[in-house]
Design a binder for this molecule. Structure first.
Ligand code: HEM
Ligand code: HEM
Length: 161
């Protein structure tokens, strides 16, 4: 593939990370929903508990959570790579640090899993870390869209000039 062809791919590359991340935000909210169902199942008793167990929420939450973990790490690496390909540097700013924070927190919360069944407080740490992740993710969505707007206005300025 020639360099010009690679250059032609650049605009598409810029949008790949934002689109993937919006899908991942939806996945994060779904993971939260499943986690809440896990908690409801654990705390329920009698007939309602039997009904909730049928939803297999614990296993589904663990599976979707694992997929989320893998994709968020790849997505963050993708964001850095695309930024570097497009501008020859990495933008050191809030979006970068919040992104790295998310990666660290989700990895830590997943690493707590083997200890969660034994200690209730570890479970609370898992939930708290992930709530911070969701908050940071909301912030990433806002700053991310601002970066997209900047890229689009640069593109239109370049094609006009
Ligand atoms: C958006 C991210 C996440 C949120 C909001 C979240 C939230 C929760 C909540 C609310 C619970 C229930 C706690 C309780 O029973 O009181 C839970 C349990 C659990 N989470 Fe997560 N979680 C997230 C990501 C993950 C990830 C990435 C993994 C692992 C890869 C994971 C694995 C588990 C496991 C194994 C349990 C315990 C299930 C059981 O009791 O058998 N979670 N999570
Ligand atoms: C949900 C919406 C998000 C949008 C719309 C978005 C958008 C963007 C855009 C447009 C870029 C610049 C790409 C380029 O220069 O071509 C970028 C870079 C980056 N993104 Fe995101 N992003 C989002 C979420 C995330 C999340 C959740 C993470 C981390 C887990 C993340 C991590 C990064 C990193 C590390 C960079 C490179 C450093 C930087 O440019 O600040 N992004 N993002």
């Amino acid at each position: 593939m020639t360099l010009e062809r690679l250059a032609a791919l650049k605009p598409y590359l810029s949008f790949f990370h934002p689109v993937t991340m919006w899908i991942l935000l939806a996945l994060a909210i779904y993971t939260l929903y499943l986690g809440v169902q896990v908690r409801r199942t654990r705390l329920a008793e009698g007939e309602p508990k039997k009904e909730l167990i049928k939803g297999r929420f614990a296993i589904r939450h663990h599976q979707i959570g694992s997929i989320f973990l893998a994709l968020i790490v790849m997505g963050a690496i993708g964001g850095i790579t695309v930024t570097y390909i497009n501008s020859g540097k990495i933008v050191i700013g809030p979006h970068l640090f919040a992104g790295l924070g998310i990666v660290g927190l989700v990895a830590t919360s997943a690493a707590l899993v083997p200890f969660m069944q034994k200690h209730t407080w570890v479970r609370s740490v898992h939930v708290s870390l992930n709530l911070v992740v969701l908050g940071l993710f909301g912030w990433q969505a806002i700053t991310g869209v601002q970066i997209v707007q900047k890229i689009v206005s640069q593109m239109t300025a370049n094609s006009a000039g």
